[in-house]
Design a protein around this ligand. Structure first.
Ligand code: ARG
Length: 286
């Protein structure tokens, strides 16, 4: 994809990072609510402010557009309060999409809606066999596909993704139920850099991440709990939870440009900025 012409913003670090223009899919929060509990953040007795959720989501969408990215929308369906978390709709690469199969029946009807959108957008969609929750558990990091397991996606789905996309899949074991999707515990900042909270992973998986990413940014538990790692990077700008103050400073120190957003209302469903965003990699790669 073409490099973006972005006016230079002062950075603290020695590096000037390069942004790449992205294509994102989002789902408006028309039906967002907490009507069931499938992760430790969800509490049906705690009311959701629909107007505030809408404003926060709209601000996120606007942020991407202002950064020069393309944002497309999938129609929200009544009765599917979690459909706003578009990251769980698929994983895409090189014009292909692996559709999803949700762990919990409450979210199952979202899968065909996302698959249909991607097919209509011209992607070649493959139906999954094993449970996989899309970009919630599959994160592309350069030549690797990092893949979470332990709470949602089945390890068998990792093999399916490797076979379909032909890129090496690195399975990572999640161990803390608060960080039930990979994208809640680890953010890919560019092809070589991730930010993460190590205790969310098994000891062996921690060693794997350290081996692949010796320059990884280690977040604090406070920033991880603020969903700071549920961040979206274009290689330069990192859209990150405003409350993750330490992580914002760490990002700036490393030459990234943190772009804070407040997703507190969406956090009641257990998701932040990244959860609300699916990257559509529609271009075929050589
Ligand atoms: N309530 C949703 C669930 O538990 C939140 C999904 C968050 N998405 C994500 N990519 N982490 O399934």
């Amino acid at each position: 994809m073409a490099e973006m012409a972005i006016p230079d913003t002062p950075v603290n670090g020695p590096l000037t990072r390069r942004a790449r223009r992205r294509r994102y899919l989002m789902c408006p929060p028309d039906h967002f609510a907490v009507t069931y509990e499938i992760n430790p953040w969800m509490d049906v007795s705690r009311p959701v402010d629909a107007a505030l959720a809408r404003a926060q989501w709209e601000h996120l969408r606007r942020t991407y557009v202002d950064l020069g990215h393309t944002v497309e929308l999938v129609d929200p369906l009544p009765g599917l309060p979690d459909m706003v978390y578009a990251a769980n709709g698929a994983f895409t690469l090189g014009g292909r999409a692996l559709a999803v199969r949700f762990r919990h029946p409450e979210r199952a009807p979202e899968a065909p809606a996302y698959a249909a959108w991607l097919a209509a957008a011209g992607l070649q969609v493959t139906e999954p066999v094993a449970v996989n929750e899309g970009e919630g558990d599959f994160l592309l990091a350069g030549d690797w596909l990092l893949a979470g397991m332990g709470f949602r996606s089945d390890p068998a789905a990792h093999a399916e993704a490797q076979e379909l996309f032909g890129i090496p899949v690195v399975s990572l074991q999640l161990v803390d139920p608060r960080f039930y999707h990979l994208d809640t515990a680890l953010a890919v900042l560019d092809d070589r850099t991730v930010a993460w909270w190590p205790p969310a992973f098994s000891p062996g998986s921690q060693a794997v991440v350290r081996r692949l990413f010796p320059d990884a940014i280690e977040a604090t538990e406070a920033d991880a709990v603020a969903f700071g790692l549920n961040a979206v990077s274009d290689g330069r700008h990192v859209v990150v939870a405003a409350a993750a103050h330490g992580l914002r400073a760490q990002l700036a120190d490393r030459g990234f440009v943190p772009v804070p957003v407040d997703m507190s209302e969406l956090l009641k469903g257990g998701g932040g900025a990244k959860c609300c965003t699916l990257e559509v990699r529609s271009e075929e790669v050589a």
